[in-house]
Design a protein around this ligand. Structure first.
Ligand SMILES: Cc1cc2nc3c(=O)[nH]c(=O)nc-3n(C[C@H](O)[C@H](O)[C@H](O)COP(=O)(O)O)c2cc1C
Length: 171
């Protein structure tokens, strides 16, 4: 059974998670970065997985466009949906805000894969936002939620990738 994994990424984490997922999936798997061009025709795939990352509460526009342009075909696939983001609160809400309800309803797997804050890849503006968000979190939740803004932070949830792959393989 052929599987297509389409994703969009800004700093590379969603691509990294898509590759980790690819290694755990059975059968022939093709990865496609939506920022590098149009996705292949969907008729050759029985399973389609769609992933993107969250910036200021929103998934990339390439992911939203892919979903809306292919919604009828996607509803007839074995479908998996995932997001990469740093917040572990309210993953269900973040998934609901990121994908059309029709696709969420018929998906076999939906999951948050965690995320990374790659300070080395951020521009000045992004670093500033992360600093502000980190300060606000410390105020709200205490020092444990402090992000070290002098180094890259990785919080990829490997167990969620494993669980997601299991659901897709069993479908
Ligand atoms: C400027 C900026 C804004 C972000 N906004 C959010 C957010 O609203 N919610 C969240 O959970 N994570 C947020 N993140 C964290 C990203 O989702 C996380 O870094 C993710 O791993 C990025 O994946 P990518 O490299 O594939 O784009 C933000 C990160 C940056 C740099």
């Amino acid at each position: 059974m052929n599987t297509l994994v389409v994703y969009a990424t800004k700093h590379g984490t969603t691509g990294k998670c898509a590759s980790m997922l690819e290694k755990k999936l059975e059968g022939k798997v093709q990865l496609h970065n939506l920022k590098e061009g149009k996705a292949p025709q969907l008729d050759q795939y029985s399973k389609v997985i769609i992933g993107g990352s969250i910036y200021a509460g929103r998934i990339q526009k390439e992911v939203s466009e892919f979903c809306s342009q292919n919604i009828n075909e996607l509803k007839n696939k074995k479908l998996g949906l995932f997001i990469c983001c740093m917040s572990d609160d309210n993953i269900d809400k973040q998934l609901t805000d990121s994908f059309p309800q029709e696709l969420l309803n018929c998906s076999i797997a939906k999951e948050g894969f965690g995320g990374e804050l790659l300070l080395s890849k951020m521009n000045f503006f992004e670093r500033f936002i992360i600093k502000m968000v980190s300060k606000a979190k410390v105020k709200e939740k205490g020092n444990d939620s402090k992000v070290d803004i002098n180094k890259d932070n990785s919080m990829i949830l490997h167990q969620n990738i494993e669980k997601f792959a299991g659901s897709i393989n069993n479908a």
